[in-house]
Design a protein around this ligand. Structure first.
Ligand code: GGG
Length: 339
């Protein structure tokens, strides 16, 4: 049996607590990991002024996968400059490791607005408005200009769209919806639409659709079951996956995989939620999203059967505890016991 090298970034607030439960469940699923902890996040920044030292990045490159909890300072804290961790750690890892697909599956839980929903959002993860193109002119004056460009390359759009098509072809409903704003964002939208149209013949079983992003916000609330696989750009994907998390049961259940599908480096797995310092140390954090993220990690590592068992165990636990009042560790124990 293989032992996988996993870089663990517990991070801040509830991050280390939920990651501990995820690793507990992976152990119970019988998969052997050799974990190395990396001290990164707001705490490290406050102590040392460092966000992601180059030497640490090089070590992370040599892992088979990376499991991250959450990074961020307490709400209202000015100890970390706004965006320093998002850009200096999360986005840098995505760019440096070429994690060009952000896959976020949503399956509804009992009591959610959409308890029966079952869809996946494929968010392009290295381009768009998050690429950092733009700048200031006459900064600090009355005539200041700020621009923030959206970078969309044929290569970047096509590789993401191909991943989404292949995923849709593998799922029972075979549906793929491109979400954009092609009527207004005529350059980027045109590239996305043309790319999807042109590669579509390579995936004949997939039925294609297109929705504007604003309409998608309505459909996600009114009829989320119309969706199977959504593919979209970085910014739209960031926004609609928060909405998707809210309708499917809350951000505490939302898992994500930042994938390098070409496997030229490790992929990174993390719950969508943040550090939630207000409940850190109270045992009230829900580890479900972290456990689901660890299941995505196992699937990517080739441990499909263990991953499936973990995902089912989380679903069974949620079904039998629609309003979980158990502690973080007790939820981890209960999910581990069901395996
Ligand atoms: N697990 C995703 C993550 O940590 N994202 C960064 C983030 O959302 N930070 C803000 C926060 O922790 O509230």
């Amino acid at each position: 049996m293989s032992t996988y090298k996993v870089g663990v970034i517990g991070g801040d607030g509830i991050g280390p607590e939920v990651v501990a439960e995820a690793l507990k469940v992976v152990g119970a699923a019988g998969v052997s990991l050799s974990c190395t902890d990396y001290d990164l996040g707001a705490d490290r920044y406050v102590r040392t002024g460092e966000v992601l030292p180059d030497a640490v990045l090089e070590e992370l490159r040599r892992q088979d996968a990376i499991l991250l909890g959450a990074v961020g300072p307490p709400v209202g804290s000015s100890a970390v400059p706004s965006g320093a961790l998002e850009r200096g750690l999360l986005l840098r890892l995505r760019f440096e490791l070429d994690l060009y697909v952000n896959m976020r599956p949503f399956t509804g839980v009992p009591g959610a607005l959409a308890p029966d929903c079952d869809f996946v959002v494929i968010r392009e993860n290295t381009e768009g408005t998050y690429a950092g193109e733009g700048g200031f002119l006459r900064k600090g004056t009355l005539f200041e200009v700020a621009t923030q460009g959206s970078v969309n390359t044929r290569h970047g759009v096509e590789r993401c769209a191909r991943f989404a098509f292949a995923l849709a072809a593998d799922r029972p409903r075979h549906q793929l919806t491109l979400v954009h704003k092609t009527n207004v964002l005529t350059f980027a939208g045109d590239l996305w639409q043309r790319t999807v149209d042109e590669i579509s013949p390579d995936f004949p079983s997939v039925v294609r659709d297109y929705n504007h992003v604003d309409a998608t916000c309505i459909y996600l609330v009114e009829n989320p079951n119309r969706y199977d696989v959504i593919v979209t750009d970085n910014l739209f994907g960031d926004i609609i996956t928060d909405l998707a998390g809210a309708i499917s049961g809350g951000i505490g259940y939302a898992a994500s995989a930042n994938l390098n599908p070409d496997r030229t480096g490790p992929s990174l797995f993390e719950p969508v939620h943040g550090a939630a310092h207000d409940i850190a140390g109270t045992g009230r954090a829900n580890p479900a999203a972290a456990i689901r993220s660890a299941a995505l990690m196992l699937d990517h590592l080739g441990e499909a059967s263990a991953a499936e068992k973990m995902t089912k165990s989380v679903a069974d636990f949620i079904a039998s505890h629609p309003d979980p009042t158990l502690s973080t560790a007790a939820i981890g124990d209960a999910i581990a016991e069901r395996l």
